[in-house]
Design a protein around this ligand. Structure first.
Ligand code: ZN
Length: 277
C-alpha cells in the first residue's frame, strides 16, 4: 500500500514540473518581441519547401498554404524583422558588413515552381527577400527525387526563366546538389561531383556566383562539410532545429522548420522559442 502512495506522490511531482515548465514557456512568449543580441544568439533561419494552396501537391509537412505564408511574412514585418539572404549573414561575419537590427533568413528547399507563383509575389509585396536552394538537375522538370520514390506527389519545379527573374529580383539562389541524394550515404567522389556540378550548372545558367549550400534530407558527415568548404561555398544549412549560429557553425547552420499546419500563434511561438534559446 505505502509503495503505491509513493508512486502517486512521484506522479504528482512530475505533473507539477510539467505544469511549471509550460507556464514559463508562456511567459517567455509574452515577452516577445524584444530586440535580440544577434551577435551572441544567432539568427533565425526559416525553412520552407512548397507554398501552394493545392492539397494534391503534398501534405502539410512540406506545403504551406499561400494565405498562411502571407500571414507569417506580415507577422515578421510587424515584429520588426528584416529579411536578409544567407550570403548577407556570411558577409557580416567574414567581411564585417552590417546587419539590420533584427535579421531573419527565409529559405526554401528544392526550387518548386510554386515558390515563383505564390511565394515570390508575397515576398515582393512585403519587401522581404529569401534564399532558394535549387536541385540543379530538376530545373524545369519535376521532383523526381521524391516522386520516383513514392514519397511525394508529382510537383513542378521552377524553370530557368523563373529562377533568373527571381535572382534578378533580389532572391538568392543556393545549391542543393544535382540529383538530391543523401550525401552522408554515398562515396566522396559522388559527393564532390554533386556539390561542384550543382554550383557550376547554377552559376552558368544564372550568370551569378552561387555561394550557399543546403544538404538534401539534412544528410551529411565530416567529409561532406569539408567538400562543401573546399568547393568555394561560404555557408551551408542543415535540417537541425535551432538558431543559425554563423560564428560557431557556418557550414552546419540550424534552421526553424515551418510546416503547413502551423497557426500564426504556433509560428510566433517557434520563432520566440529559438530566438530566446
Ligand atoms: Zn531538398
Amino acid at each position: 500500500m505505502s509503495r503505491k502512495l509513493i508512486y502517486v506522490f512521484i506522479l504528482l511531482i512530475v505533473l507539477a514540473f510539467v505544469f511549471i515548465a509550460g507556464g514559463e514557456a508562456g511567459e517567455r512568449l509574452a515577452g516577445y518581441p524584444e530586440p535580440l543580441s544577434q551577435e551572441f544568439e544567432g539568427v533565425p533561419i526559416l525553412m520552407y519547401h512548397k507554398v501552394n494552396p493545392d492539397p494534391g501537391t503534398g501534405g502539410h509537412g512540406l506545403r504551406v498554404h499561400p494565405r498562411n505564408f502571407e500571414k507569417q511574412i506580415s507577422y515578421l514585418v510587424k515584429s520588426g524583422f528584416t529579411a536578409i539572404s544567407l550570403k548577407d549573414l556570411a558577409d557580416h561575419y567574414q567581411k564585417g558588413s552590417p546587419l539590420p537590427p533584427r535579421p531573419v533568413v527565409i529559405t526554401f528547399d528544392d526550387g518548386y515552381m510554386d515558390n515563383y507563383t505564390y511565394a515570390y509575389p508575397i515576398l515582393k509585396k512585403h519587401g522581404m527577400t529569401a534564399t532558394i536552394f535549387v536541385v540543379a538537375g530538376t530545373v524545369g522538370g519535376i521532383n523526381e527525387f521524391d516522386y520516383n520514390e513514392g514519397r511525394q506527389p508529382k510537383n513542378k519545379m521552377a524553370d530557368w526563366t523563373q529562377l533568373k527573374e527571381m535572382s534578378g529580383g533580389g532572391i538568392t539562389i543556393g545549391a542543393h546538389t544535382v540529383r538530391h541524394p543523401r550525401l552522408g550515404d554515398i562515396n566522396p567522389e559522388e559527393v564532390k561531383a554533386e556539390i561542384v556540378d550543382s554550383k557550376m550548372i547554377l552559376e552558368k545558367e544564372l550568370n551569378r556566383p552561387v555561394e550557399v549550400f543546403c544538404y538534401p534530407y539534412g544528410s551529411y558527415n565530416e567529409t561532406t562539410v569539408a567538400l562543401v568548404k573546399e568547393s568555394g561555398f561560404s555557408a551551408a544549412v542543415t535540417t537541425f532545429q535551432g538558431l543559425g549560429r554563423f560564428d560557431r557553425e557556418p557550414f552546419e547552420l540550424k534552421r526553424i522548420r515551418i510546416t503547413g499546419d502551423y497557426s500564426i500563434d504556433r509560428f510566433a511561438e517557434e520563432l520566440a522559442m529559438y530566438s530566446k534559446n
